[in-house]
Design a protein around this ligand. Structure first.
Ligand SMILES: Cc1cc2nc3c(=O)[nH]c(=O)nc-3n(C[C@H](O)[C@H](O)[C@H](O)COP(=O)(O)OP(=O)(O)OC[C@H]3O[C@@H](n4cnc5c(N)ncnc54)[C@H](O)[C@@H]3O)c2cc1C
Length: 567
């Protein structure tokens, strides 16, 4: 069984010319099969949790389907801090199990997708009167390394004030006592989710976007499927499955409510905002986890041409489908940067872009947002609906394993062991972080020949791994005056034919991250890329207009600050 699966993964190499199992041009056939066949498992929700479950289930031989109401990763899984981390502060909350699990998962996910989950050293400045003292930090980081089984050469180092300042000269020297320096990993949450669902599709899972589950179908009072609304075909259809799992993130309680099973523990949603500055305005050298004046801890992360800062953590009761950053969120983050890095002078107008997401946490009476546990929780309703919520992006694989084990038991089948720790998440993966660095160097000379710059080599390698070859080859087909436009067009072609891109938003927000990290490039390539998408996806004039309007709205929300939440 496993051998067979691994052999099928090696067939990834055929992707250049064949219709990939994850091509948007395949959608109507997928839709037909969803309607006609019966599945062992139907997953609702295409975030990291749902896509991880679909991969695990399909790899263990379950006939699996997944429906996503928007695009894959359009919920929380494109709005995180984009770290694969053990969560140092959970150690402070004595969530030892969570720290151990997420800590050890980091190295596994790095091995499965080395270009996408890269080691990143974290600096934690220690300041007079700060959240963490010198000895408690040293001890905490030692326990953290131990729980996460960090390799000897990567274990934490305690730094003097001078060493901390050498790593990050922008730090406030006054009151600085030194620093903790330890191992974490950075990622791109949306791309990780896309690679998960692409890999699930290669194992035979059928996944469709823009298709919310709108009602449950019951027989003898048990859930046996859902009615789905296909937004793109503008109709409804039934999908039948022996087991239904809801991995709907912040929307989990809505589905429990529809199932009539919303009782006992409930979600407590908290909003987290990140803001993005041009690197010249906030020239941070070193990823830093630092104290805000109110005692919360904030990340500042240099990435490509920008530095991003986050996150806020406030209880949320607004619109789940349009979560925006407020002026208060932006000012809070600017003030914490000024407090920790006084040489940096930022204004709200300097912000290039932002994103705001919701943490689907489990409510605990009397606890503030930051105190709530990030542990996941599974609910099984009397009707047989299995729901999973909470947890971390980092823990997606273990969450999936627990759910799929449970599904096997509920199906009364012998549990086939989980193999996802052996399944690479991309075709032809680069071997490790060193191989990624070598590949970036190789690409630098290649992109120079196409009139692109070193940044693009880094971007292509860390976004796509060796799939960058397909995009660079495709670029030659476009003779646009601006090479960046040709790159955008090649990415649009790749996104439609290999990554189920069904709208401009899918491409510019989640497949390429351009809305957050390269927002200016959208203006440059928009006209031509929109025309390409229109041709590939056979959009009507009406659809073309609504896609343009949607893109305007997205750019607006990423660059404006509201006085209050959307309701
Ligand atoms: C600000 C912030 C920072 C974070 N930082 C980190 C971090 O650095 N590292 C980390 O490990 N974790 C982090 N997390 C946590 C992590 O992002 C989440 O735990 C994870 O992304 C949740 O994934 P999910 O699949 O459960 O939910 P989601 O990604 O929200 O997916 C649920 C999906 O279900 C879909 N859906 C809902 N209803 C329906 C329906 N009726 N039919 C079909 N589909 C439906 C939604 O459209 C959505 O795409 C962060 C979270 C936030 C908010």
């Amino acid at each position: 069984m496993r051998l067979d699966n691994i052999i099928r993964l090696s067939e990834f190499t055929t992707m250049k010319n064949e219709l990939s199992p994850f091509s948007a041009l395949q959608r109507s056939q997928d839709r037909q099969r969803l309607e006609q066949e019966e599945f062992d498992l139907l997953v609702i929700g295409g975030g990291a949790t749902g896509c991880g479950i679909a991969l695990d289930a399909a790899a263990r031989g379950l006939k699996t389907a997944l429906v996503e109401k928007g695009d894959f990763a359009s919920g929380t899984s494109s709005k995180s801090t984009k770290l694969i981390h053990g969560g140092l502060r959970y150690l402070k909350q004595l969530d030892i199990g969570l720290v151990r699990e997420t800590g050890t998962e980091r190295a596994i996910v790095h091995r499965l997708a080395p270009h996408l989950v890269l080691p990143e050293k974290m600096l934690m400045p220690l300041i007079e009167g700060g959240t963490y003292g010198k000895w408690s930090t040293s001890f905490g980081l030692m326990v953290y390394d131990m729980l996460a089984q960090v390799e000897k050469e990567d274990r934490r180092k305690m730094l003097s004030k001078e060493e901390a300042l050498e790593l990050e000269p922008l730090l406030h020297a006054e009151g600085l006592k030194g620093g903790g320096y330890y191992a974490e990993y950075r990622t791109d949450d949306a791309r990780l989710t896309i690679e998960l669902i692409k890999t699930a599709a290669h194992f035979g899972a059928l996944a469709i976007n823009y298709c919310p589950a709108v009602e449950f179908i019951y027989e003898e009072e048990k859930v046996v499927g859902v009615m789905a609304k296909d937004y793109l075909a503008d109709d409804r259809f039934a999908i039948r499955a022996k087991k239904v799992v809801s991995a709907a993130g912040p929307w989990v309680d809505r589905l429990r409510n529809k199932d009539g099973s919303l009782s006992g523990k409930r979600l407590h949603l908290t909003k987290g905002v990140h803001i993005v500055f041009p690197h010249e305005k906030f020239p941070l050298q070193q990823t830093t986890y630092f104290d805000a004046p109110d005692g919360r801890m904030i990340f500042a992360i240099p990435r490509g041409r920008v530095t991003y800062v986050g996150t806020t953590d406030t209880t949320y009761s607004g619109d789940l489908d349009r979560v925006v950053a407020t002026t208060e969120d932006a000012n809070y983050l600017i003030n914490v940067v000024h407090h920790a890095f006084p040489k940096v002078k930022l204004e709200i107008n300097d912000i290039l872009s932002n994103w705001a997401g919701l943490r689907p946490l489990i409510h605990e009476d009397g606890k503030s947002p930051s105190e709530l546990s990030r542990k996941d929780e599974i609910f099984v309703s009397p009707q047989g609906l299995i729901s999973i919520a909470g947890g971390k992006l980092t823990g997606y694989r273990k969450m999936a394993q627990r759910i799929v084990d449970l599904v096997f038991k509920q199906l009364d089948r012998t549990v086939i062991p989980c193999t996802t720790n052996q399944i690479p998440l991309v075709r032809d993966p680069l071997a490790n972080a060193q191989a990624v660095a070598v590949y970036i160097e190789e690409l630098k000379s290649r992109v120079k020949g196409l009139d692109l710059v070193d940044y693009h080599a880094w971007y292509l390698a860390t976004n796509y791994g060796r799939q960058a070859e397909i995009i660079l080859d495709k670029m030659q087909a476009f003779d646009d005056a601006d090479p960046e436009v040709a790159l955008g067009r090649a990415e649009a072609w790749f996104g439609v034919h290999h990554e189920m891109v069904a709208s401009a938003e899918d491409l510019l927000v989640r497949r390429t991250g351009r809305l957050y990290f390269e927002i200016k490039s959208i203006g440059l390539m928009r006209e031509v890329v929109m025309q390409d998408l229109k041709n590939y996806l056979s959009w009507s004039e009406e659809r073309f207009a609504s896609e343009n309007k949607r893109l305007d709205d997205l750019v607006y929300d990423a660059t404006h600050y509201y006085e209050m939440e959307m309701t």
